[in-house]
Design a protein around this ligand. Sequence first.
Ligand SMILES: [Zn+2]
Length: 185
Amino acid sequence: MVGHLNRGRQFYFGDNATMWMTIWNLDGHPKLHHFLWKACTGSLAVKGRLVERHVASEGMCELCGAESESIIHTLVECPEIASVWEKSLFSSLLNEAPRSSFGECFAWLCLKMDREKILNCATIMWVAWAFRNSVGFNEPWCELQQGVEGYSRLVREYRMYAATVFRRQPVQTVPSSREWRPPAA
Ligand SMILES: [Zn+2]
């Protein structure tokens, strides 16, 4: 039990603390935060995970046919979203990033980029997830690049809205481990 708690503490406040604080402080849409939490904690419902949990019988990526759909595959590696990454500023950095899990990859990116770039990069990951879901639900987007532009606009507009509405509130820059808990997966 203690070992389990220590592992949890290490996951949230140890080597990955920078990543969690970066996500916490991202100036993005609440849905983007929620998506990132799920992706970094390994709890996005990708096919590979559903097979592990015996919820699905096959874990193939519906976009490219890869054998086991993992979170890092869907958000970063899937050839079907490669064109978006290739056109982005993040292509060479992603090629260097560790790939053992999405959480490890994103934690590494958080150490390499400023908050503005992380927000843009996370928005593309959010687009990749929405695109994958559009195919999974049989309503595939016609134009992936339009999705990138639409989601980027959503993030920018939310930011302007938040700046107006929350301007008078104090900005909490460092979450307190006593007051703050990561959301349930
Ligand atoms: Zn794929």
